[in-house]
Write a protein that binds this ligand. Structure first.
Ligand code: DX5
Ligand code: ZN
Length: 229
């Protein structure tokens, strides 16, 4: 089943624990935490301290997306804060396999992401070491941006590659501009985990309605077939 990972970036930070609980009760699978450093991306958000608050507020896996330079310096801190998944950007890591290895040593699921301008083929050598591939469908930095249509083809190519390499179980995540229209397109192309911020926490009828609307839209879309070479 396709996973839904609401991004707390669009939540009310004054009510963070309640917002996280509401997403869990509504049927979210993971809670997505966007970490930004004002260097790799223009925005600055949160760090390990707030990640720990999220960890305490839910029993779901905490999916931490590190949009920061030199993420190796902070892996221990985020693992200590309770991250279940740690995703770094290909653009920030000159020694990606070492970074993946270190995340795994910390007992955390290693993920790797590419920005819209980075071909997903840049990950071909690292897929044996990563358990999650995140294809960004917006230029990272802010919630509420529009899904870049070329992402759909990138997802298809990524899924094909993962399946051919025997990484059928590797998670293919998409993040940015996911709603009831773009979510099903991403699933059809092979995405197995959808990150959604404004579509969930910004839904006019509340978090539960946001999760349900996305879930219904995805369930109406059969998942992509597995490619075998
Ligand atoms: C973008 C972040 C996303 C963001 C998604 O830089 O990585 O996780 O919160 O927000 P929406 O779903 O509103 O595009
Ligand atoms: Zn994210």
């Amino acid at each position: 089943m396709v996973k839904l990972a609401p991004s707390i970036l669009s939540a009310d930070f004054g009510l963070l624990a309640e917002e996280v609980s509401a997403a869990e009760e509504a049927g979210a699978d993971w809670i997505h935490v966007d970490v930004m450093d004002g260097h790799f991306v223009p925005n600055i958000t949160i760090g390990p301290v707030v990640t720990e608050v999220v960890r305490r507020a839910t029993s779901l896996p905490v999916d931490v997306h590190l949009m920061i330079e030199q993420p190796e310096r902070y892996l221990d801190a985020f693992a200590g804060a309770g991250a279940s998944v740690l995703t770094v950007h290909q653009e920030t890591c000159p020694n990606l396999s070492r970074t993946m290895e270190r995340i795994r040593e910390l007992g955390v699921t290693p993920g790797v992401s590419v920005n819209p301008a980075t071909p997903v083929e840049m990950l071909h050598e690292i897929t044996p070491f990563a358990d999650l591939v995140l294809v960004m469908s917006v230029n990272p930095g802010f919630g509420g941006q529009r899904y870049i249509p070329a992402t759909t083809d990138k997802l298809r190519r990524a899924r094909h590659h993962l399946d051919e390499r025997g990484r059928v179980g590797a998670e293919l995540q998409v993040d940015g501009g996911i709603d009831v229209l773009t979510g099903p397109q991403a699933v059809e192309a092979g995405a197995s985990c959808l990150v959604a911020g404004s579509a969930v926490f910004g839904h006019p009828d509340g978090v539960a309605a946001g999760v349900k609307a996305l879930r219904d839209a995805i369930d109406a879309q059969p998942p992509a077939p597995v490619h075998r070479s």
